[in-house]
Design a protein around this ligand. Structure first.
Ligand SMILES: NC(=O)C1=CN([C@@H]2O[C@H](COP(=O)(O)OP(=O)(O)OC[C@H]3O[C@@H](n4cnc5c(N)ncnc54)[C@H](OP(=O)(O)O)[C@@H]3O)[C@@H](O)[C@H]2O)C=CC1
Ligand SMILES: CC(C)(CO)C(=O)C(=O)O
Length: 308
């Protein structure tokens, strides 16, 4: 399987490098400055299970090639339109696209642009970031991908990709219902990103406050209510597992949104929190903590726009 990764940041750099390490045929579509650096230094990963560096193949958007079976999209949501323009010339009627973004509305954007029959669904479970020197840092041992299709053909492609991933040093699984899996992750990450950015702390720090657990549970319930009202039936076992992680005492877990906020970077609050809030409003639900989480991120974004 010939695979093109759009982006070599936290998620793309980590999983792409692991696949290269395992001998998979992976190329990175990156911007010219990143391509130059990757060609000369390779892709370096700092990982709790051991640092490694792999030589990588890179292309830029002005050098289109049309022989990829799968394009893995790993841009942030606010870069999606530009990422689509960059990959468009690499996509033929035989190419499938696997986005690994958090949230959900990117699926509809991609369906509209390339046709739903070409779009797989994917979820990344990793805590990884791109450092200023171009290296990728994996911050915690977890590393897994969940992928799936919404048609028999895309499910078969997802299964082939999972097969390729079996040789790599991360976990990969095929979801029998990728739409449900995407919503489960969305409800989880909206709660985690919302509460950690509101309270500027890890799960363990929030749990150590007097109202922390009640606030986490209320935000999770608000996000879950949106999913349920949209016809998504999350099993009790999935909800219990999510809440167990979200209320683990002493846990150092944070969100990539909090890391981006603290690093002064743009965040995906519109995609992860705002889209869910829009659905809540459209369904006539009351989601006060979700609204608060989104609104404080809007203020923070307008402040950084004023500063820059
Ligand atoms: N980081 C994490 O731990 C996790 C992140 N996620 C999700 O994964 C997605 C990606 O996040 P993350 O990896 O952290 O983001 P990063 O910002 O680390 O990486 C995204 C990369 O995409 C590149 N990119 C964007 N647009 C283009 C383009 N048109 N052409 C070439 N390259 C492009 C960016 O390049 P450049 O730097 O040149 O702009 C950047 O390096 C998000 O939706 C996030 O929510 C999910 C689970 C965990
Ligand atoms: C769930 C988690 C925390 C790690 O995969 C994540 O998706 C994020 O931080 O954006």
């Amino acid at each position: 399987m010939k695979i093109l990764f759009l982006g070599a940041g936290g998620v793309g750099g980590y999983f792409g490098a692991r696949l290269v390490e395992a001998g998979a045929d992976v190329t990175f579509l990156v911007r010219p400055a990143r391509a130059e650096r990757l060609r000369s230094e390779g892709l370096q990963v700092h990982s709790p299970s051991g640092d490694f560096v792999v030589p990588v193949k890179c292309v830029t958007r002005d050098q289109p090639e049309d022989n990829y079976d799968l394009v893995v999209l790993t841009a942030k949501a606010f870069d999606l339109e530009d990422a689509i323009e960059s990959v468009a010339a690499f996509i033929t009627p035989a190419t499938f696209i696997l986005p690994l973004l958090n949230g959900f509305s990117h699926m509809q954007v991609l369906d509209r642009r390339f046709g739903a029959e070409h779009i797989l669904g994917g979820i990344a479970q990793v805590a990884a970031m791109l450092e200023a020197d171009g290296t990728v840092r994996q911050l915690a041992p977890m590393h897994s991908l969940t992928v799936g299709g919404r048609t028999a053909e895309t499910q078969a492609i997802a299964a082939r990709f999972v097969e390729v991933c079996q040789a790599a040093k991360f976990n990969a699984r095929l979801s029998p219902d990728i739409v449900l899996s995407l919503w489960e992750k969305w409800v989880f990450i909206a709660t985690l990103a919302g509460i950690t950015t509101l309270m500027r702390g890890s799960v363990g720090q929030i749990m150590a406050t007097a109202n922390g657990e009640a606030l986490i549970r209320q935000l999770y319930a608000e996000c879950l209510a949106v999913a349920t009202t949209c016809g998504i039936d999350m099993a009790p076992v999935a909800r219990d597992a999510a809440l167990k992680t979200l209320t683990q005492r002493g846990s150092a877990l944070t969100s990539s949104m909090l890391r981006d906020l603290q690093a002064g970077l743009r965040t995906e609050h519109r995609h992860v929190l705002g889209d869910l809030l829009d659905k809540s409003l459209a369904k006539g639900l009351s989601s006060p903590i979700l609204a608060l989480a989104f609104s404080q991120m809007e203020i923070r974004e307008s402040e950084s726009a004023v500063r820059s």
